[in-house]
Write a protein that binds this ligand. Sequence first.
Ligand SMILES: NC(=O)c1ccc[n+]([C@@H]2O[C@H](COP(=O)([O-])OP(=O)(O)OC[C@H]3O[C@@H](n4cnc5c(N)ncnc54)[C@H](O)[C@@H]3O)[C@@H](O)[C@H]2O)c1
Length: 363
Amino acid sequence: MTWRIELVGTRQPSVIVGGEGALALLAERAAMVREAGLRTFVVTDENVKAAWGGSMAPLISGSSGVEGLRVLSPGEAGKSAASAAICWDWLSKAGARRDDIVVAFGGGMVGDLAGFVAATYLRGVRLWQVPTTLLSQVDSSVGGKVAVNLPNGKNLVGAFHQPELVVIYPGFLSTLSASEYSSGLGEVVKYALLSDGRLLDVLETKTAAILARDPATLSSIVEQCVAFKAAVVEEDETDRGRRAILNLGHTFGHALESTLGYHVLPHGAAVSLGLLAALAVSEVVVGLPTDTRARVVRLLANLGLPTRMPGLTFEPILEAMGRDKKATAAGIGFVCLDSIGAPRWGVRVDDETLRRGLKAITP
Ligand SMILES: NC(=O)c1ccc[n+]([C@@H]2O[C@H](COP(=O)([O-])OP(=O)(O)OC[C@H]3O[C@@H](n4cnc5c(N)ncnc54)[C@H](O)[C@@H]3O)[C@@H](O)[C@H]2O)c1
């Protein structure tokens, strides 16, 4: 089964295809491009190449295969201005033209970096995203946000550059580490809370298939997440309003990650705890019924995500949240949930209520 979603109404349209047939479609599109005399320039990282290098073969142009592939060291450190400069140099030496295509083949790190290179080289070349982590399949490959990190913070330099094609193959998820898979599950639960209750029901009833990484189950779940994100992006491509709802749980999550350390708290764990804290805040501020949080605690626990974090010191976390809020001071505050499928953004929340949110995740 292959599915297709079109993102229109954005500055450049984006076609997103997913499912078991997605890789064959990618090879087909690559052959068409080559027949038209154009080239594809693939950016990946070492882990993805080791696991899925064979699937990149149809994309790599040039008889030696070398000129069409750039392999980065894995990890967030590679999402840097220095890596972008290496890629610009590579493209210019290869004589890449505006109608050639940069292909981001990897997780969100590769997607953001290669996307940023595509947005900036020659003031913008074509971009395809081939996301290989659950997080990048449900979130970062869709919507056109691309960026690199600076020493002073993540994603401080970036652009909006829609991929013309996103190819989502569920089989890639079979080789992900447990921690990386959980990172994506945290985001999936976020989408289930933001969208109507159907996805939440699926997650509750198909937990075993999800944990077994059943490709058909995952393909359908990813499709629902992507459909939701695409609709939000169509409404607010440049993140000036409703797109903020995609940050549900992330104000707490980012503050927990940066305070406790990214190696202590994996991203999925931070999102899981952040969602629960945001639900506790929503109970106080907008009257979310308390049984919602109990339901989400059960779901997250069944999916193997943490629901409590012992020993949290609140003040540094609140300070980190304050810094995050200043970064989005254009009027967008906290994201709350009135009920499942009914998010509200830009909500002003005082520190006492934020402390109540943290208490909800501290044993
Ligand atoms: N642009 C956006 O809208 C957006 C949204 C959310 C997150 N992000 C960004 O995404 C990044 C995180 O993305 P991520 O979680 O995908 O991390 P990642 O790209 O660093 O991948 C995580 C790890 O998994 C490995 N990996 C990737 N695919 C694999 C596979 N199929 N099998 C085995 N190993 C594989 C990678 O080598 C890496 O070690 C962050 O930089 C974040 O800022 C961007």
